[in-house]
Design a protein around this ligand. Structure first.
Ligand SMILES: [Zn+2]
Length: 82
């Protein structure tokens, strides 16, 4: 799986979980159950966003160090896909 595909899947998953939370909050009448599930969902969403953040390139090397291999741009210094 390429990084852009992984980011697309994570974006979809995060949006889906956020929609579930919104629907749940508008439907649930039991405040104890609502709080427990809401906190659980918030943790899942935060973890998905952390994973997403790890997939985004954090290369600070100069552009002159960029090259392309198989149509994918990468940094020749740190070997990170850009
Ligand atoms: Zn780099």
């Amino acid at each position: 799986m390429t990084v852009p595909k992984a980011l697309k899947i994570l974006d979809w998953w995060i949006a889906q979980r956020e929609n579930v939370v919104q629907e749940f909050l508008s439907d649930c009448t039991n405040s104890e159950v609502m709080t427990t599930i809401h906190n659980s969902e918030k943790t899942i969403i935060a973890n998905l966003k952390l994973i997403r953040g790890q997939l985004i390139p954090n290369c600070k090397h100069p552009k002159k160090m960029q090259d392309t291999c198989g149509g994918i741009k990468y940094c020749m210094d740190c070997n990170m896909d850009l």
